[in-house]
Design a protein around this ligand. Structure first.
Ligand SMILES: [Zn+2]
Ligand SMILES: [Zn+2]
Ligand SMILES: [Zn+2]
Length: 358
């Protein structure tokens, strides 16, 4: 059973999950050593290579755990947290801990072996967003759980175990520290200005334009003023909303378009970089919050987070967000666009980004 332990100095929780050490990758595959499995367990027809599905969007008449699906959600085979049991919160001297209760699910985004979400159609991405929403709505009924984090790891540098396009959901009995920090900072701003910092940020970015990547009906994508990483891009709903799972249908439709555009732009600009995206959303146990605003953070992994960053909490970003945004904004995404790195490698800017930290 995994265990959650609290660092008594800074209050950060850590998941001790020894079973994860056994995982060569997250799913069983047929007789091979390390490296990519010969048979991809996420491809249609290989449903028996994953734990039984939790939910799938299927064609009419198809059977669970067989072919005929469009999106499929399965438990992670080596989960960081487990759904059975009770929290058993307890102390040991100065230390606090609880059982590693939670959910760890994998969202397989296509039955075909696409290795990039950017190559999926907008209709496909729309269904992925609906399934994200469905899973959060379902898991928030569990009173032991307080927060759901949807995220995506792409490429070895992004921590992906398999290259078939997928994302993950980890639902925890604790609010993760990164969300907690954002909520605390946003509440402070709200307390003296009476407004949501994220709403103000979207408005200011749209007014000055220089960090905008894309502006659509319901969303804006921009490189944040204090970007930690080269080409870090945030997608923010333009109307205030604290919980992702309350997204209305027009929002899902528009977000599918924006996410498709942003991922394609990043892939074109940076030649299919490893990346992560995360959805930061409010904890389950709150009604609509006036000060917190859900958003997606897309983080290309061009440079390694190294000693100084770990030690200081500072990030050194060799690409100004204004330059990154201007570059991404100009890129036109279309099926005939040549897939090559357009960012001038000779200029040293991208080289600075990729060699930093080594
Ligand atoms: Zn596959
Ligand atoms: Zn807001
Ligand atoms: Zn965030």
């Amino acid at each position: 059973m995994p265990e959650l332990r609290r660092d008594p100095i800074v209050g950060r929780w850590v998941i001790i999950a020894h079973e994860r050490a056994k995982r060569p990758y997250d799913f069983k595959s047929d007789g091979q050593g390390l490296g990519e499995p010969r048979v991809c367990p996420f491809c249609e027809g290989q449903e028996d290579k994953t734990p039984p599905e939790i939910i799938a969007y299927r064609d009419f008449g198809s059977r669970p755990n067989g072919p005929g699906w469009r999106i499929r959600v399965v438990p992670n085979r080596f989960p960081a947290l487990k759904i059975e049991g009770n929290l058993n919160k307890r102390g040991d001297g100065i230390y606090d801990m609880m059982a590693g209760i939670g959910a760890h699910e994998v969202i397989i985004e296509s039955p075909r072996h696409h290795t990039s979400m950017a190559t999926l159609g907008e209709d496909n991405i729309r269904e992925v967003l609906w399934v994200y929403r469905d899973r959060l709505v379902d898991l928030k009924k569990d009173s032991r759980l307080v927060h759901g984090m949807l995220f995506k790891n792409v490429g070895e540098g992004g921590g992906a175990g398999l290259d078939h396009t997928h994302s993950q959901l980890i639902v925890t009995p604790i609010v993760p520290v990164s969300v907690w920090e954002e909520m605390t900072g946003a509440l402070e701003f709200y307390n003296y200005r009476g407004r949501c910092i994220f709403c103000d940020m979207a408005q200011q970015e749209l007014a000055v334009e220089k960090r905008i990547v894309l502006d659509s009906t319901h969303f804006t994508a921009f490189c944040p003023f204090a970007s930690r990483f080269p080409f870090e891009t945030w997608i923010l709903p333009k109307t205030h909303a604290s919980h992702f799972e309350n997204i209305p249908k027009p929002g899902v439709d528009d977000l599918a378009h924006v996410l498709h555009q942003v991922l394609n732009k990043l892939e074109l600009a940076l030649d299919n970089p490893p990346y992560n995206y995360i959805i930061h959303t409010a904890p389950f146990d709150h009604i609509e919050l006036p000060h917190y605003h859900w958003h997606i953070e897309v983080i290309p992994r061009l440079n390694k987070v190294a000693g100084f960053e770990w030690g200081s909490g500072f990030y050194i970003n060799p690409v100004a967000p204004e330059h990154a945004a201007a570059f991404l904004r100009e890129l036109e995404v279309g099926p005939s666009y040549p897939a090559l790195a357009l960012f001038e490698r000779g200029s040293g800017r991208l080289q600075a980004a990729t060699t930093h930290g080594s």
